[in-house]
Design a protein around this ligand. Structure first.
Ligand SMILES: Cc1cc2nc3c(=O)[nH]c(=O)nc-3n(C[C@H](O)[C@H](O)[C@H](O)COP(=O)(O)OP(=O)(O)OC[C@H]3O[C@@H](n4cnc5c(N)ncnc54)[C@H](O)[C@@H]3O)c2cc1C
Length: 370
């Protein structure tokens, strides 16, 4: 079976990898649009402290987080050892004793069904600062050691390489969906038709424009995120936990190369306006320095900009499109697509190939509206 996957963000890369492993002949197309969310995303994997009040989203996110170590090991066995994934734990900061206790209770209540949350305990400000030295000393927190982080760029690139090593062919260019007799028949790239038995739209925030021409209306819009990278010289940041200050939705995390990442703006209504703005920088740095003043003497490296694919609610848009055989949509992962993306991509591959998966796609109808 021949499958075309459009979009090589984390979703499309995972889809191409899974489909190739399942024996499909895969063509993976990407237009290299500026603002690919996977290339800008922070990479926090910690659904358990989320306040998103949707059991379907939560179950899907937890399943995705649980599968990460398996995927990382699978890639390592194929020689892809550098995806920036590490279980570093997370500190959920709280503004008061009451908030601290409520956060601890909320996370503990989830642990019986999600044992991968691991150890959960309250830390004093001094203890929290020992784990993440730039923090202000009075930042008491709930620590959970199951949280992880991943480098979206490295992960997607590793998935693509692993897919290519097993037969996936990559193409660069803007794909347009080709339909014939009420089914998706392939795509055209600069006028060249590439035929296929099925097409997966893993086109992120661009999914509306990809599908509009075929008369398929999906409620996906771009939400700009600006995120700042800071170097801390020679500090060993490789095991620093993720910092979740709560409330504002801002956060920090660290990677192995003495780099701290502070994010991020959530600019609904931004369109595809690919710019770093003074307001965005002020917001991100202001929030980060208020929580972690020790970052002030670091070296500013860069600001990344990405467009989160926002659906009508927090759930992915995932599954076949009624009335257009051969088309599967896999997008709408919003602010948690680096967590859910590998899982969503794998489910999309199975769906497109007609291989059973244990996910009920009913709640993920890609044509649902707000
Ligand atoms: C600042 C920021 C911070 C984030 N932090 C986190 C986090 O901590 N944890 C988390 O879980 N998630 C996070 N996210 C969310 C996550 O990054 C996204 O949800 C996820 O990367 C979306 O992946 P995707 O594959 O759907 O889309 P993308 O990565 O955007 O990829 C879509 C691809 O499709 C291609 N494409 C589109 N149309 C066409 C076409 N017609 N032809 C060919 N190619 C096409 C584009 O070029 C693009 O490369 C963050 C996002 C941002 C912006």
């Amino acid at each position: 079976m021949r499958l075309i996957v459009v979009g090589s963000g984390v979703v499309g890369a995972s889809c191409a990898y899974t489909a190739t492993c399942l024996g499909a002949e895969v063509v993976l197309v990407d237009s290299a649009a500026p603002g690919k969310a996977t290339a800008a995303g922070a990479g926090i994997i910690c659904p358990w402290s989320s306040r998103v009040d949707d059991p379907v989203w939560y179950a899907f996110s937890c399943a995705a987080a649980r599968q990460y170590p398996l995927l990382v090991n699978e890639l390592a066995a194929l020689g892809e050892t550098d995806v920036g994934y590490r279980q570093v734990g997370a500190l959920a900061l709280a503004g008061s004793e009451l908030e601290l206790e409520q956060t601890r209770q909320r996370i503990l209540a989830r642990r019986s069904e999600a044992p991968e949350i691991g150890d959960v305990r309250v830390l004093t400000g001094a203890e929290a600062q020992r784990l993440f030295p730039p923090l202000r000393p009075e930042a008491a927190a709930v620590y959970m050691d199951g949280a992880a982080r991943v480098d979206g760029r490295l992960l997607a690139a590793a998935l693509v390489r692993a897919a290519v090593s097993q037969g996936t062919v990559t193409r660069t260019g803007r794909a347009q969906l080709a339909c014939r007799s009420g089914r998706a028949a392939g795509v055209t790239i600069e006028g060249e038709l590439i035929e296929a038995d099925a097409v997966v739209a893993a086109t992120g925030a661009w999914t509306k424009s990809f599908l509009d021409a075929a008369g398929v209306a999906v409620a996906v819009t771009p939400q700009r995120g600006q995120i700042v990278h800071i170097s801390l010289g020679s500090a060993d940041t490789s095991r620093w936990p993720v910092i979740l200050p709560g409330g504002s939705g801002h956060y920090m995390l660290a990677f192995d190369d003495s780099r701290v990442v502070a994010g991020a703006t959530r600019e609904t209504g931004s369109g595809f306006d690919y710019r770093v703005t003074p307001g965005g920088l002020a917001e991100v740095l202001g929030q980060a320095l208020a929580v972690a003043p020790g970052l002030a003497s670091g070296t500013y490296l860069e600001t990344r900009v990405g467009f989160r694919p926002m659906g009508p609610d927090s759930r992915p848009l995932l599954g076949p499109v009624p009335g257009l055989d051969g088309l599967v949509v896999a997008t709408g992962l919003g602010a948690s697509g680096l967590t859910m993306g590998p899982h969503a991509g794998a489910v999309a591959a199975r769906t497109a190939l007609g291989v059973p998966s244990d996910v009920d796609l009913g709640p993920f109808d890609p044509l649902r509206t707000p």
